[in-house]
Write a protein that binds this ligand. Structure first.
Ligand SMILES: *Cc1c(COP(=O)(O)O)cnc(C)c1O
Length: 377
């Protein structure tokens, strides 16, 4: 693990604030709403970009005892700060890594006959192997045993699984047929594994009506402020705020070509501000504002300057974004002032949509050049 250098605020081009109080509130809201016996937290990808070393203790303090990560390396980091926690590794068992699971008391999530055979052999040799979970694929066709394999293996497994789990493909879509089919398949599996704790719901799964409940809820995105119900108002508190410094302003006449390849042309005299943030900071280049794209009805990026929505002008560059601040006050759009890239009226779901992606990718791409500040811890 590389130690990140703290960037002094006066030297930073952009500022990331992570609200750990909001993170804890979100976990409690989901715990209460889930109808599950226990509520875990998914903290893969550096706790969705918010920082494992800050997020995990905040969640543990709120009462979270079970964490899910994707990689073994992530599990090591969680174990270092949460000695008593139950830690599951979603991406399964890589060949030869069994001793690491044992040494750090981590739980693999097994999803293929090969993984199960390797783990069974290891467990037979060592006696004190940690418990393992079983992942059954009820529709994603990505990771896990097929439903038929899962049913066939019931009763024939050489060890008792600690958890039976599956993952939704479309739980954020209201009334998705896929969700109904996955719940039905998972119900058959549960009956084949009596007494084994079950886990199905991700963030959006928790907000299904009725929620699948079960033994363990497995939210990620919503903990970090993402909207688990994209077709309705976001019930979660925002966790991440990103601001970027205005480093120059200029007035340009009608017809001025702006940014790489001149893809954005000033319609009338405009005032532009250049921000100290770019795609090297994880702000997607796909949020670029090109005239051709705007004409075809595709949305481009925006930022808030003094509370006013200001559109991007031209391409997102590696280290810079140009903003059309004509509608903002001169005071709010001065050199040294900050534009809000994520926060207030501009949430991660909208930022993702305007970049042609999802808020998940915005969070997990958050860059390494920000001055990071944690509040509410
Ligand atoms: C990432 C992940 C989750 C969390 O999903 P969110 O939509 O972020 O709540 C849960 N389960 C599995 C298997 C995952 O990969």
């Amino acid at each position: 693990m590389t130690e990140e250098r703290a960037i002094p605020a006066a030297e930073a081009g952009a500022f990331l604030t992570v609200d750990l109080g909001a993170l804890a509130d979100n976990w409690r809201l989901i715990r209460d709403r889930s109808g599950a016996v226990e509520c875990a937290a998914v903290v893969k990808a550096d706790a969705y970009g918010t920082g494992t070393e800050a997020a995990v203790p905040a969640l543990a303090k709120a009462g979270c005892r079970t964490f899910f990560v994707a990689h073994l390396g992530e599990a090591r980091r969680v174990r270092a700060i949460a000695q008593d926690a139950t830690i599951y590794v979603l991406n399964g068992l890589l060949p030869g890594t069994e001793p690491v699971y044992r040494a750090l008391a981590l739980r693999p999530i097994l999803g293929s006959a090969g993984e199960i055979a390797d783990w069974a052999e290891f467990a037979a040799q060592t006696q004190d192997a940690p418990p393992a979970a079983l992942h059954v694929d009820t529709g994603m066709n990505r990771l896990g045993l097929s439903v038929d394999e899962g049913l066939a293996m019931a009763g024939a497994l050489p060890f008792a699984p600690a958890l039976l789990m599956s993952h939704f493909t479309s739980s954020e879509e209201f009334g998705a047929a896929a969700t109904t089919a996955q719940i039905a398949a998972f119900q058959r599996l549960r009956e084949a594994y009596p007494g084994v704790p079950a886990s199905l719901a991700n963030s959006s799964g928790v907000f299904l009506d009725p929620a699948p409940g079960l033994d363990l809820a497995r939210p990620g995105y919503a903990l970090y402020g993402g909207n688990p119900t994209p077709e309705a108002l976001n019930p979660m508190r925002p966790v991440v705020r990103l601001e970027a410094t205005i480093i120059q302003t200029r007035d340009v006449p009608d017809g001025t070509l702006v940014g790489y390849n001149g893809r954005w042309i000033a319609r009338g005299p405009r005032r532009l501000a250049t921000l100290c943030i770019g795609y090297a900071d994880g702000y997607p280049r796909t949020a670029s504002a090109a005239d051709a794209k705007i004409a075809s009805g595709v949305e481009a990026g925006v930022a808030l300057v003094g509370g006013v929505r200001c559109p991007f002008a031209g391409s997102v560059s590696m280290d810079l974004i140009i903003l059309d601040v004509t509608d903002a006050s001169a005071e709010a759009a001065r050199r040294g002032a900050r534009a809000v890239m994520i926060g207030d009226d501009l949430d991660i779901d909208e930022v993702g949509k305007r970049a042609g992606t999802v808020g998940y990718e915005i969070l997990t791409s958050l860059g390494r050049r920000f001055a990071r500040r944690y509040i509410g811890g």
